[in-house]
Design a protein around this ligand. Structure first.
Ligand SMILES: NC(=O)c1cc2c(N)ncc(C(N)=O)c2s1
Length: 321
């Protein structure tokens, strides 16, 4: 086939990138692929060939930028503009009711709660400038984390460009699905390497790799759940913020639910305590947040944790006898 002129190559690369990023969004974010792998692979190879012929055509959101390949000397430190808070845990229904009583007493009226699964992964913070992914960092101590942007670029569910050119910052969890964890440990056993104790350690170990090619192969995924810098977004509740993050292209957890009473919260907790083994990812509890952001602002924070949220922790799994 005759090599394309620059003009033709530019037009073709724009179209290929749009198609490939849409396919990847359907597969990795919506879990609803619409094309077979071979369709994706064929178009991907065509884009690689065009970008090799005309490297100036490469853009930051090109899917070819997700394969990793840099070997970093180390991770730079990142100071979080908005600190990542930690949560006060509760371990019983009684403690949960006491949390609700404290909230109602402080606020003076009943509130609704947004309940979300507590994903057993690694907290991450993602920064976007005019829609472009510019920085990804670990939680660290909540104020200072590590810059792991290069590794996070290889995580296919993290959008390299948002569906709107917004300047925002979001937080969430990077995790390894149970199936990937089992496969990875089988491989490591065959290679005589030490196996990971659990998916959380496997995800953390993958994101701490200085060779980004290794992270790219670890099939990590994400659920985003906090708007840290709203930019121009005007969500007034946590539930709406999740909808907005999903609209912008982030992967959010579909199991969240707004509960009007603490009894409803307890029903939600019991339901997932029973069924969590059927989830394709590990959870270690439920996060309960006052849904309305103005009420969150009224309640504020203690030294380290929000007064408007708590984490109900499941008892450690009964040892599988
Ligand atoms: N430490 C924290 O603040 C949180 C930790 C987590 C976690 N591991 N999974 C989900 C959520 C959530 N949906 O809010 C939070 S919030």
């Amino acid at each position: 086939m005759e090599p394309l002129t620059f003009q033709a190559a530019e037009e073709r690369s724009v179209k290929l990138r749009e198609e490939l990023n849409q396919y990847a969004y359907e597969y990795y974010v919506q879990d609803q692929p619409t094309v077979e792998d071979f369709v994706y692979d064929k178009k991907y190879q065509e884009l690689v060939a065009i970008e090799m012929e005309y490297p100036d055509l490469i853009t930051p959101e090109s899917p070819t930028q997700r394969v990793g390949g840099k070997v970093l000397e180390g991770f730079e430190k990142v100071v979080h503009d908005v600190p990542l808070y930690s949560l006060n845990d509760v371990f019983s229904k009684e403690e949960l009711i006491a949390f609700d009583e404290r909230v109602k007493k402080a606020v003076g009226h009943p509130v609704s709660y947004c309940c979300e699964l507590k994903i057993d992964g690694l907290s991450i913070s993602l920064k976007y400038e005019e829609g472009l992914f510019i920085q990804g960092a670990t939680r660290g101590d909540g104020t200072v984390g590590e810059n792991i942007t290069e590794n996070l670029k290889t995580v296919k569910s993290i959008p390299l460009r948002l569906k709107e050119p917004l300047t925002i910052e979001v937080r969430g969890e990077c995790y390894m699905p149970k199936a990937s964890f089992i496969k990875l440990n089988q491989q490591r056993e065959e290679e005589g390497k030490e196996v990971f104790a659990n998916p959380r350690n496997a995800a953390a170990g993958s994101l701490r790799q200085l060779d980004t090619k290794i992270a790219a192969k670890r099939n990590l995924s994400t659920f985003l759940y906090t708007l840290a810098d709203f930019g121009p977004l005007e969500s007034t509740t946590q539930d709406h913020a999740l909808t907005e993050m999903s609209r912008l292209g982030f992967r959010t957890n579909p199991e969240h639910r707004v509960c009007k009473t603490i009894d409803e919260v307890w029903e939600y907790i019991e339901a997932f305590h029973k069924t969590r083994d059927q989830l394709p990812y590990e959870i270690d509890g439920i996060v309960i947040k006052v849904n309305e952001f103005d009420v969150q602002d009224d309640l504020g924070f203690t030294v380290k944790a929000p007064r408007w949220a708590t984490a109900y922790k499941f008892p450690p799994e009964e040892a599988q006898t």
